[in-house]
Design a protein around this ligand. Structure first.
Ligand SMILES: CNc1nc2c(CC[C@H]3O[C@@H](OC)[C@H](O)[C@@H]3O)c3nc(N)[nH]c(=O)c3cc2[nH]1
Ligand SMILES: [Zn+2]
Length: 372
């Protein structure tokens, strides 16, 4: 078995649970936020800094690494862990999402998807077999099936045909997977915003028996309330004794709401992306550092944060770095944002331990009180 999930405690107040995932590269405590390192690096962070902030698992991406530097090169380097000097768990997405959203899409057929690279327009073809070949070569501990993330909004008939093809593709992924004992292949549940289609996809994907399951097709522009509603009727269909991964989520409120609805794993580019744009998530809400009001503000970014950035640098200095377009700006704000979300998930796990996650949500929103 590539991974072993241990359910430690179920919350009585909500659908939240505490868990632990054993992987070949170490343990993951859930619920967990996973920093995104799409091109074999969590942008602006060194692996040493990621360990400083207790990152337990990071993501990387099949579509991007296949296009550059190529999965065979990474394989020659000894695999992704060695190539990027990260000896803790890694999860790779299958590229389905990127092909549909980044590449210049040519054609979807039963066989797979023909697309043009967003880098140089060259023509490529991704199929379930090709995606798995790439993920096997990269060597991540958890790999995702090749799926279609249906757009939002989408016609019911489109979503139904798409989920049924995703099921056929999931079966092909399972058959093509060459290292099931070393790399855990997760199935991805689709079905858009339609309850009966989510039930159909959940049944079909779970019947294929994977070591873990993702809820796909969300965080694609739908209102947050709609995402929460879909989770409410989807996570109870998923096995209790396997990890549940909500892809592409998210902001602090979505992480708490997702954990309440039984999600164990989250990933999102938000904290790293907004950091490069000078925006910080703090315990007192969002801080847009370039704002003139911080010009002579010599206080820390977040007075309630113990991270390296908040201990050693002032808002005035961070604003100066941003305005001067210094690389250190992205580094220091990214370090803080990731630390903030990783600390948030530590607090969520503690709240579940004390069976008070709904109380924690109330406290957090009162203090935090903003939407990103
Ligand atoms: C943002 N919202 C969102 N992202 C999503 C991703 C990409 C995450 C991956 O894409 C990259 O971040 C955009 C990172 O590499 C990350 O691992 C998804 N991937 C697949 N295979 N299927 C989905 O249904 C899906 C849904 C998503 N919704
Ligand atoms: Zn901080």
């Amino acid at each position: 078995m590539a991974i072993k999930y241990e359910l430690i405690k179920e919350c009585k107040q909500s659908g939240a649970r505490l868990g632990r995932i054993q992987t070949p590269h170490g343990i993951i405590e859930t619920p967990i936020f996973m920093p995104v390192g799409t091109q074999a690096t969590v942008k602006a962070m060194t692996p040493e800094e990621l360990k400083d902030i207790d990152a337990q698992i990071i993501l990387s991406n099949t579509y991007h690494l296949y296009l550059r530097p190529g999965h065979r090169l990474v394989e020659k380097a000894g695999g992704l862990h060695k190539f990027m000097n990260w000896d803790r768990p890694i999860l790779t997405d299958s590229g389905g999402f990127q092909v549909f959203s980044l590449g210049d899409l040519r054609k979807i057929t039963e066989e797979g998807v023909e697309f043009r690279s967003h880098l140089d327009g060259s023509k490529h073809f991704l199929s379930p077999e090709k995606a798995i070949e790439i993920e096997n070569a990269l060597g991540a501990d958890i790999i995702m099936a090749f799926d279609e993330c249906a757009p939002y909004p989408a016609e019911r008939s489109y979503v139904k045909n798409s989920l049924e093809r995703t099921t056929r593709w999931a079966k092909r992924c399972k058959e093509a997977h060459s290292k099931p004992d070393q790399q855990a292949l997760f199935g991805i549940i689709q079905g858009g915003m339609y309850k009966d289609l989510r039930e159909q996809s959940a049944k079909e994907i779970i019947d294929l028996d994977f070591p873990g399951y993702a809820v796909g097709g969300l965080s694609v522009g739908e209102p947050k309330e709609l995402m929460y509603e879909v989770l409410e009727y989807t996570t109870p269909l998923m096995p209790k004794d396997k990890p549940r991964y909500l892809m592409g989520v998210g902001s602090p409120d979505c992480l708490i709401e997702g954990a309440i609805r039984g999600i164990d794993m989250f990933d999102c580019v938000l904290p790293t992306r907004i950091a490069r744009n000078g925006t910080a998530m703090t315990s007192l809400g969002k801080v847009v550092i370039k704002n003139a009001k911080y010009t002579e503000d010599f206080s820390p970014l977040d007075p309630n944060c113990s991270c390296n950035t908040c201990k050693n640098y002032s808002k005035a200095y961070l604003r100066h770095l941003y305005k001067a377009e210094e690389i250190l700006s992205a580094r220091l704000v990214t370090y803080h944002n990731l630390h903030f979300l990783i600390e948030l998930m530590k607090n969520v796990r503690e709240a579940i331990r004390q069976d008070r996650l709904l109380d924690y949500r109330k406290e957090f929103f009162e203090k935090y009180g903003y939407e990103i």
